[in-house]
Design a protein around this ligand. Structure first.
Ligand code: ZN
Length: 463
């Protein structure tokens, strides 16, 4: 058992509630104490980590990634080894991926298989959510078992009818009912399928194949009314719901209103919706910016920042789901509707939120920590083990140099792809070191961790 004692000295500790100069004592895998600067006895420990000039953050949690995931005729670029390595370089110490129920089959069986893929391969800690394709008898019966297994969150889709992934209102009601009874949380991908399918037919009939038509055929209304529908159903059958990748200004209004009415509704947005607009779909690399929901307009971006600041959006995830750029081009055949959706960005979240958010006065450092670590830990049942720097928590931490200046690009990042959605962007701040449960994974911007060190985390939702 690891009983090493370490002091992290001279840094500035950032929590979801404030910023303070302080040192940390780590004993084995846990944070043992937070102390005023210089008080801890350096002679009594095995190692002193110099955090002078650094911000010390709780390790980031990414509750929305798709690793090793077959999709539209290809597979996402990140597997559990290279994906968690890139995650660590981005200050992430825990990821939550998805296990998809086979159509008509057992989610629990798939979960076992998916966990086997991850086990022994990750640099950082990990867990899974379920993806439900139906609300049949077997699925509903498996949900309590899933929660028992430490997987209390599971997602369904209101779209992708053509891929047989869509659930109907009666399914959602049944899922809400079982969720309320057993203490889970239902995650919903909200886009109205009828609007999208109709719009795609219209666009193709008019010969409109370019990437921008991906956004035109998935209008904000498709997302807004799908979210409104879930909220209306929640008023009848109330259970915790988490809306994934919220992207429109009106969506956050619907969510804010529901929350003010007391509904247990939670929501995230993703790095790309906060930093990019649909203009990128018009550019030479438009194909690679296709994701669902699509990139929106500047007014939406502004509303998302405002909602993140106000606390109506509680989490920023990445929805890391890029496919190899050559597969994107091969499969798309110049048509937006055949292009695999998804952007790889597992490594970029902290730097983009710092550069575009904190440095531009849109959010504060504590808000950044809340959005990327503390809130996801609380919402997904990782708290108090993870998501903060108080004694007793896992010693998952990031030493972040806020003064580093560099240019982001695929060449300097560690993601398994030649496409970076923020290629050429000027970045302020950089991850210097990352510890997972007291163990170095990144030290002075070099990978020192080992694949297989990461552990499956048992999740239990707060009552
Ligand atoms: Zn996703």
């Amino acid at each position: 058992m690891n009983t090493k004692k370490k002091i992290v000295r001279g840094g500035t500790l950032v929590s979801a509630t404030g910023i303070t100069a302080g040192d940390l004592l780590i004993v084995g895998e846990k944070i043992a104490a937070q102390a005023a600067p210089g008080i801890l006895d350096a002679a009594a420990v095995d190692e002193v980590i110099d955090a002078q000039g650094m911000l010390v953050l709780p390790g980031l949690i990414d509750p929305h990634v798709h690793f090793n995931s077959p999709f539209m005729g290809t597979v996402t670029v990140h597997d559990y080894e290279n994906g968690t390595q890139a995650a660590a370089f981005g200050g992430v110490t825990t990821i939550i991926d998805f296990s998809t129920q086979p159509k008509g089959g057992s989610l629990l069986a798939n979960l076992e298989q998916k966990e086997e893929e991850a086990r022994g391969r990750t640099y950082i800690d990990w867990s899974m959510h379920g993806i439900l394709l139906d609300a049949g008898t077997q699925t509903l019966a498996e949900i309590p078992e899933l929660i028992q297994e430490g997987v209390p969150t599971y997602k369904c889709f209101t779209t992708y009818k053509h891929a047989q992934r869509m659930v109907q209102d009666d399914d959602i009601v049944a899922l809400l009912e079982v969720t309320a009874r057993h203490g889970g949380m239902l995650m919903v991908h909200c886009e109205n399928d009828s609007i999208i399918e109709y719009s795609i037919r219209q666009a193709l009939a008019a010969g409109n194949y370019a990437p921008i038509y991906h956004a035109r055929t998935r209008p904000p209304e498709a997302e807004n009314i799908a979210i409104q529908r879930v909220v209306d159903l929640m008023r009848q059958v109330t259970a915790p719901v988490y809306i994934v990748h919220t992207s429109t200004a009106q969506s956050v209004e619907i969510i804010a209103k529901a929350r003010m009415d007391g509904l247990p509704l939670h929501s995230e947005t993703c790095t790309h919706y906060l930093a990019l607009t649909e203009e990128y779909l018009l550019g030479p690399k438009g194909n690679f910016y296709i994701c669902s929901p699509p990139l929106r307009k500047q007014a939406d971006v502004d509303a998302l920042w405002q909602a993140a600041r106000a606390g109506f959006l509680e989490v920023v995830s990445t929805d890391d789901a890029g496919v190899p750029p050559e597969d994107n081009l091969r499969l798309s055949q110049g048509r937006f509707d055949k292009t695999p959706n998804g952007i790889a960005s597992i490594e970029t979240r902290l730097d983009i939120l710092h550069s575009e958010g904190v440095c531009k006065g849109k959010i504060t450092w504590p808000q950044l920590v809340a959005l990327t670590s503390t809130n996801p830990a609380r919402l997904f049942g990782l708290y108090p083990q993870k998501g903060h720097l108080a004694p007793g928590a896992d010693a998952d931490l990031v030493l972040y140099n806020p003064n580093s200046k560099w240019i982001m690009g695929a060449e300097v990042l560690h993601m398994n792809t030649s496409f970076c959605p923020f290629e050429g962007w000027e970045i302020s701040g950089q991850v210097d070191s990352v510890l997972v449960r007291g163990q170095d994974v990144i030290r002075n911007r070099k990978l020192v961790g080992q694949p297989g060190f990461g552990r499956r985390v048992f999740r239990r939702l707060e009552a």
